[in-house]
Write a protein that binds this ligand. Sequence first.
Ligand SMILES: NC(=O)c1ccc[n+]([C@@H]2O[C@H](COP(=O)([O-])OP(=O)(O)OC[C@H]3O[C@@H](n4cnc5c(N)ncnc54)[C@H](O)[C@@H]3O)[C@@H](O)[C@H]2O)c1
Length: 331
Amino acid sequence: MKALVTGAAGRVGRRLTTRLRDAGVDVEALVLPDDTAGQEWLTAQGVRCYVGTLGERQLLREACAGASYVVHLAAVMDWSSEADHTVFEQNVRGTLNLVEAAAGSTELRRFFLASSDEVYPSLGAAYVPIDEAHPQRPYSAYGLSKQLAESIVDYFGRARRVPVTTARFALVTEAREVLSPDGWLGRFLFARPFLGMLRATGREAAAAVLEAAGGYDPDVLVDAMDDAGQPYTFHVVDVRDLVEGIWLQLTEEAAVGETFNLSGPAPFTYSEAADLLAEATGRRVVRVRLPGVRIDVSHDITKAQRMLGYAPEIDIGRLIGTATRAGAAKE
Ligand SMILES: NC(=O)c1ccc[n+]([C@@H]2O[C@H](COP(=O)([O-])OP(=O)(O)OC[C@H]3O[C@@H](n4cnc5c(N)ncnc54)[C@H](O)[C@@H]3O)[C@@H](O)[C@H]2O)c1
């Protein structure tokens, strides 16, 4: 059985490639021409690479021919306004090109789309926990591109009877990234990148409070609360749990035509995360009450639990535990 995976050389793609191959699935991949490191890694795994972009319709038709699973992970993840047209071209038109090509495979069992919680968006939810029925009001071209990609895929499911399924990923973490201020999660938990994020989103008053409390120190962690002392909360998914969720969407019949939140077992507070990280790394925590809207990210994953048997296990304690154990980079 063959799977065509786009974005197979990325963070999620590498993990998924390994998971699929362990399950006996023959993986083939679409890889960008300039991603030589990705091509090398995939080739070393025995994965056939189709080198090109989501704009090459003939290449996509060849790549999808005979595929039982088409897993669409590739996306331009760029939030700068200069990238808007590239984001739409690759994420929206690219998805149309790919699902159309996948529809031509006589073997197709599932077309999987990787969407994002930025379609809601989670940072600015109307209510929590966010379920799949939450209104969609994306605030970035990237989020909008995912919303449009979802609509295209839905259409192919409805009108062309393609067995589609979509997942809205929470922020995806690799254990080793938690310890770094440059990692996806580290950017939220270390004071300095968090300060930059507050500034970038126009929260100057909150940034000033954090800065006055020592938020410029590169080694300091942040425990943020709102003015009333309510803790900031966050919800992420470890890539290992995520890959199991994708596998279930590929193999469970109940996934067809459905969209699922794929997030971790539970949200966590900043104080919980900061204390665990401080204990594990010896870093200092700065505790601040910030003016303005509290970050309160929490996803409802009961639909995936109920319909697919999704059972994520890696909470913030285990994530940090894995990261600090020797050899975490190899996990
Ligand atoms: N990382 C997160 O926190 C997160 C959160 C929500 C959703 N997602 C979604 O999950 C998917 C995978 O994310 P990731 O973290 O593995 O990203 P990644 O950047 O590590 O991997 C994406 C891969 O897609 C490839 N790619 C990009 N544009 C392409 C194109 N036009 N044609 C072919 N290949 C292309 C890149 O070379 C890269 O290998 C993406 O669709 C992303 O939008 C990620």
